[in-house]
Design a protein around this ligand. Structure first.
Ligand code: PEP
Ligand code: MG
Length: 597
């Protein structure tokens, strides 16, 4: 037998070596059928039984999580809760029930069609800059749809609880709920024929720390039970029947990965200070409340950007003050005494929102240039009631801890002043209502994400209490390159000197005016760029929670003098390629530790 290498998608890092264990699952055939009106009740009863059964299975699964390590529970628990919600009184179950009577179809047809309709609505509302989250929500719905159908047709579920120790699991596809059941202390790794890096299965496998390659075409056919396999999650490669040399290299990689993981784990408890003692604030960006446990585990000191869009996505009606208050309060209280920066709705003209549309708040016709249209704060100031409800919810939540208000897409000081006046009006109204409010009003800050805001940062700093530099949009607007546009993606470069000069100008303006400044765009999450940003004077970064340990490692390796010299050198360059090269050279010099960047 000769070695075979099958590339796939990098789903979960790490190296695994083990014997192949094949897990196949009998198909659950979906028989679509129309029904006479007389059968409506019977089909609805079948659906109720399948819903009850699914709820029981998921509750059992939730209870079994208790045996997993705490941080894994914290990551997987919210996903299972989302599943449980969906088999409760959700749009999916309501819609499926209605379809049986409305379309005169059997329960499995109703479930399958409602699943697809719900997933389509979610995907249509996907923000252009974050299609992955919407894709994950759509996968969640499909997962529950499949479970309901399987229970309806009574097809057995495969059992993955008694895999041989040290095995590498190979299967066609793996449901997230199945992944949640895998025992990482017994299983070495996972390879599948289907799947994506952003799907829930991948999220689960990463949470469990199981090396995995998904979407490895041909693996289901090529891998035979008992064969030796190497899974290299980082290199996206599955090697079947490896040569002795490949096996030896895999053993070395396995040991190196274990050492690296250990050292990143230790970092969580270490302070974010540079090698010469400058304190740096590392905070997390939050897209969904479900990510909260990850934030606390990451060692982040608060939330530098809470994107409140999650309350408006997939909603048929606008979230009222109470709904928003409950959501913000939970997060602010959980993070207390660390601050939570809540950004008011940043709705872009290109995104779809049933709730905003239904409420008649969006322009009647699509705008020719949505990114330059009625987005962010502009939309809120056009509809002050929307902003008032959100500000009222934030002001009340601020009584539970430390909250800050952040405004998206600001270009003029007049917009900040108008918002402050609204905030004062809302405060007075809340006082009259007898609402509990914090002793001091929350700071009111702005995103610096348009070139106009960056270039007038010194003036805006007179009205704003803090700056959060959004390098994602700043890059787009500075370079006139759509951040989601495939045709021009090669031109999207946050290291373009034009962008870097805007970032430096905004940081320096904030420092001169003595107001806090952070970067919360993707740039902040790249450990290679930490020395450059530190050298420009930045001391506060906000990023996705999983990036915090690596950025902390980069911060702890940095010396402010060296960073400042380096930043000066970079900012003298006018050629983007030369800047890229300087960054690479500089990180090569610093990558003594197991940073892996
Ligand atoms: C940004 O533009 O950099 C930013 C952080 O905001 P968002 O990505 O939500 O547009
Ligand atoms: Mg932005």
């Amino acid at each position: 037998m000769t070695e075979r290498r099958l590339p796939g998608i990098a789903a979960s890092p790490g190296v695994a070596i083990g014997q192949v264990f094949r897990a196949a699952e009998a198909a659950a055939p979906l028989s679509r059928a129309a029904i006479p009106a007389a059968d409506i009740e019977r089909e609805q009863a079948r659906l109720e039984t399948a819903i009850q059964q699914s709820r029981k299975q998921l509750t059992k699964l939730r209870a079994r999580l208790a045996v997993l390590p705490e941080d894994t529970q914290a990551e997987i628990g919210p996903l299972l809760d989302a599943y449980l919600q969906m088999v409760g009184p959700s749009r999916l179950t309501r819609g499926a029930r209605a379809r049986i009577a409305g379309h005169l179809v059997n329960a499995e047809t109703a479930v399958a069609d409602e699943t697809e309709a719900t997933a389509a609505v979610i995907l249509a509302g996907a923000p252009q800059d974050d299609p992955a989250t919407a894709q994950r929500h759509a996968d969640e719905v499909r997962e529950i749809g499949r479970r309901l159908v399987r229970n309806l047709v009574q097809a057995p579920f495969r059992s993955l609880t008694s895999l041989p120790a040290g095995a590498v699991l190979v299967c066609e596809g793996l449901r997230p709920a199945d992944a949640a059941l895998l025992d990482p202390s017994r299983l070495a790794g996972v390879a599948t024929e289907e799947g994506s890096a952003d799907g829930h299965t991948a999220v689960m496998l990463r949470a469990l720390g199981l090396p995995a390659v998904l979407g490895a075409a041909g693996i289901a056919e090529a891998a035979q039970a008992g064969m030796t396999a190497i899974i290299d999650g980082g290199a996206r490669m599955v090697t079947l029947h490896p040569t002795p040399a490949a096996l030896e290299a895999a053993h070395r990689a396995l040991a190196a990965f274990a050492r690296q993981r250990q050292s990143l784990g230790r970092l969580r408890r270490l302070p974010a200070v540079t090698a010469d003692g400058a304190a740096v604030e590392l905070q997390a960006n939050l897209e969904l409340p479900a990510e909260l446990p990850l934030v606390t585990q990451s060692g982040a000191a608060g939330i530098g950007l809470l994107r409140s869009e999650f309350l408006f996505i997939n909603a048929e009606t606008l979230p009222d003050e109470e709904t928003q208050y409950a959501a913000y309060r939970a997060i602010v209280a959980a993070l207390d005494p660390d601050p939570v920066t809540i950004r008011v709705l940043d709705w872009g003209g290109e995104k779809e929102s049933e709730a905003l549309q239904q409420a008649g708040l969006l322009p009647p016709h699509p705008e020719p240039n949505p990114a330059l249209g009625l987005r962010g704060l502009r939309l809120l100031l056009r509809h002050p009631a929307l902003l008032e409800a959100q500000l009222a919810a934030i002001l009340r939540a601020a009584a539970a801890g430390q909250a800050r208000v952040l405004l998206p897409m600001v270009t003029t000081a007049a917009e900040i002043r108008a918002t402050r006046r609204i905030m004062e009006r809302v405060t007075r109204r809340l006082r009259r209502r007898g609402a509990a409010l914090p002793a001091k009003p929350p700071p009111l800050g702005i995103m610096i994400e348009t070139p106009a805001a960056a270039l007038s940062a010194d003036a805006l700093a007179l009205d704003a209490d803090f700056f959060a530099i959004g390098t994602n949009d700043l890059t787009m607007y500075a370079l006139a390159v759509d951040r989601g546009g495939a045709e021009v993606s090669a031109l999207y470069d946050p290291l373009h000197p034009g962008v870097l000069r805007l970032v430096r100008f905004a940081i320096e303006a904030a420092l001169r005016r003595h107001i806090p400044v952070s970067v919360c765009g993707e740039m902040a999450a790249n450990p290679r760029l930490a020395p450059l940003l530190l050298g420009m004077g930045l001391r506060s970064f906000s990023m996705n929670a999983s990036a915090v340990p690596r950025v902390k490692q980069a911060v702890r390796a940095a010396r402010i003098d060296d960073c400042a010299r380096f930043a000066r050198r970079v900012l003298e360059e006018s050629d983007p390629e030369r800047i890229q090269a300087l960054i690479l050279e500089q990180t090569a010099g610093h990558s003594r530790g197991p940073a892996g960047f």
